[in-house]
Ligand binder design. Structure first.
Ligand SMILES: Nc1ncnc2c1ncn2[C@@H]1O[C@H](COP(=O)(O)OP(=O)(O)OP(=O)(O)O)[C@@H](O)[C@H]1O
Ligand SMILES: [Mg+2]
Length: 357
């Protein structure tokens, strides 16, 4: 059965399909409802690879890892369905964007995202590092840590790690071809590129260093620049192996020097120079102080004078003088009459004295 045969409204066991959320390399993710109307996300394996024994091994490993790992910041697997001989994993539905969508919005092609506010970036980082540390303690190396594999609950802003599609169980001998599977190029550690059989948990430290870089700068540490025409994957792999990333504070001046140092340590080329593991990475991040820059005090000087607001243009008047309005004139009339009578009396008095004299 091909993926196109999954349609909205279709019943699969107790689940009713709603709509397709995403289709990636490993399969297709559908939103679905349970009989109690609660939501789930079902990840169906890509049946085009159903006969490939390596692919079969990967989907079985993913299902086993997701069922084994129970952590508040790992998307919980609720059920595993048998779908054309392969497992389809039923996850609790996380209502919100993945971290890649949150950083880049619709702009992913331009590779110019918007950095998250630092306290929020550190909050998300703490949750994902704790989830990774838990997976490592249980002998799982994720190997595909990237922003689209971190889901955000839009109501609580809690972060959830998902997609253990190429997880490596280091407790099991690496005798299979699946041991050589690599992650996504922009997040790949140097050892994933040169010697994938050798990777250990520090590969996740490196890849999460790339995610942290993205969260605080809004861009990737290694990317194709304008004018670079070589094969993009080859170019980015070369940069992982040979180039130093631009320190994040040169892109976002709000980044304190300790955070710069932490990101650069996670992105060290040699695994031994990185953090020992995600717990140590998390401890270093917890010590970072985000000091809100004080708002600049406004000092009075000539250059800060308010911009004059232009007055409305005067309405040209044809008359320079006007009669007072009728109300004003009539108010003054009694006083005018009283004054005139006084002057008249004064003049009559003078006339009387002149005649007498
Ligand atoms: N539980 C979930 N709730 C909501 N959305 C989910 C859930 N699981 C996966 N998704 C969505 O589907 C996308 C792909 O999921 P996932 O990474 O597990 O599949 P994938 O086939 O391995 O993808 P890719 O190959 O691109 O990494 C996620 O980025 C997310 O947007
Ligand atoms: Mg994925």
């Amino acid at each position: 059965m091909s993926d196109e045969r999954l349609v909205p409204g279709q019943r699969i066991e107790i689940y009713t399909l709603e709509n397709r959320i995403d289709s990636g390399g490993m399969g297709v993710v559908w939103k679905a409802t349970k009989p109690d109307q609660s939501l789930v996300a079902i990840k169906f394996p890509n049946l085009q690879h159903a006969q490939d024994t390596r692919f079969q091994e990967l989907v079985r490993r993913e299902a086993a890892a997701q069922l084994n790992l129970r952590h508040p910041n790992i998307v919980p697997a609720e059920d595993v369905l048998e779908y054309n001989g392969l497992p389809a994993i039923v996850f609790t539905y996380i209502d919100g964007p993945n971290l890649e969508q949150e950083i880049y919005g619709a702009n992913k092609i331009l590779d110019q995202g918007k950095p998250l506010a630092l306290p929020r970036a550190l909050h998300i980082a703490a949750q994902v590092l704790d989830a990774l540390d838990y997976a490592h303690q249980n002998c799982y190396v994720h190997r595909d840590v990237k922003s689209s594999n971190i889901l955000l609950n839009r109501n609580t802003d809690d972060a959830f790690l998902t997609d253990f599609g190429i997880v490596l169980n280091v407790a099991v001998q690496r005798v299979t071809r699946a041991g050589t599977i690599s992650g996504s190029v922009p997040y790949m550690s140097p050892e994933q590129i040169t010697n994938p059989m050798s990777v250990n948990l520090r590969t996740d430290v490196y890849s999460f260093g790339v995610v942290l870089y993205e969260m605080i700068t809004g861009t990737l540490p290694f990317r194709v620049e304008a004018g670079e025409t070589t094969d993009p994957d080859f170019l980015i792999k070369e940069k992982h192996l040979k180039s130093e990333p631009v320190p994040p504070s040169q892109i976002n001046s709000a980044i304190p020097v300790e955070l710069d140092r932490i990101v650069m340590q996670a992105l060290e080329k040699t695994p031994d120079r990185r953090f020992l593991g995600c717990a140590q990475f998390l401890r270093s991040l917890s010590a970072v102080e985000i000091v809100e820059k004080p708002k600049p005090r406004v000092m009075w000087n000539a250059s800060l004078q308010p911009t004059p607001v232009p007055l409305p243009a005067p309405v040209p008047s044809r008359r320079r003088w006007r009669l007072p309005p009728l109300g004003q004139f009539s108010d003054r009339l009694p006083w005018l009459l009283f004054g005139a009578a006084g002057i008249l009396l004064f003049l009559l008095g003078i006339l009387y004295f002149l005649r007498k004299g």
